[in-house]
Design a protein around this ligand. Structure first.
Ligand code: FES
Length: 196
């Protein structure tokens, strides 16, 4: 039985304290199906004089799906759902971790959601959520023991996987919690939205 690499976890505590994002540039580029991006565009008002202004570009694709209500959640009890569809490898978990998590929503920023499918070879991670002090992990994967840190966008703590666990992006509207996108490629898919 392998153990969680506490050195990795501790070094990332510093990063989260200083507000650094633990997600790679590639991860941010791949996914946000429903997002608003701001870009600077050069606008020429007069010949030879260029100025820049911000415009908002909305990228659509992911469904906005109600998956639970705030009042249903209990600290550290997983809530299962499927997203972005009911197709293969769409199984996911919602968790109120009771401690701030990267990408977390709610008053404490402690509500996050992740795919249940290990990014290595698709091992099922159901029932593997663990609380260890201030750490919140999913794993060990039953196939090759990968473990993922859900406080830090699903990064790998140990094991054979080399991609973070895909994080389902959430929004809260009153008491309702919606899934609105996925950060990361779901195991076994070439496109998270392949089922249309
Ligand atoms: S499938 Fe999960 S570690 Fe290999």
């Amino acid at each position: 039985m392998s153990t969680i690499n506490s050195d990795k976890l501790d070094s990332r505590d510093d990063a989260i304290e200083h507000g650094k994002c633990m997600v790679s540039r590639r991860e941010f580029l791949v996914y946000s199906g429903v997002a608003t991006a701001t870009t600077m565009v050069a606008v020429s008002l007069f010949p030879g004089i260029a100025s820049a202004r911000e415009i908002n570009a909305r990228v659509t694709g992911y469904p906005r799906k109600k998956i639970a209500t705030m009042s249903q959640l209990k600290d550290n009890k997983t809530f299962d759902f499927n997203y972005p569809d009911n197709g293969p490898n769409s199984q996911a978990m919602l968790i109120k971790a009771g401690i701030e998590c990267g990408g977390g929503v709610g008053k404490q920023k402690d509500i996050v959601a992740f795919s249940y499918m290990c990014t290595h070879q698709g091992g099922p991670l159901m029932g593997s959520y663990k609380v260890t002090g201030e750490h919140r992990t999913v794993g060990q994967c039953p196939l090759h023991l990968s473990t993922f840190d859900i406080r830090r966008h699903g990064i790998i703590v140990s094991g054979q996987a080399y991609e973070s666990l895909p994080q389902v992006l959430l929004e809260v509207d009153g008491d309702d919690i919606y899934a609105v996108g996925v950060m990361g490629l779901l195991f076994g898919r070439t496109d998270n939205l392949m089922l249309g």
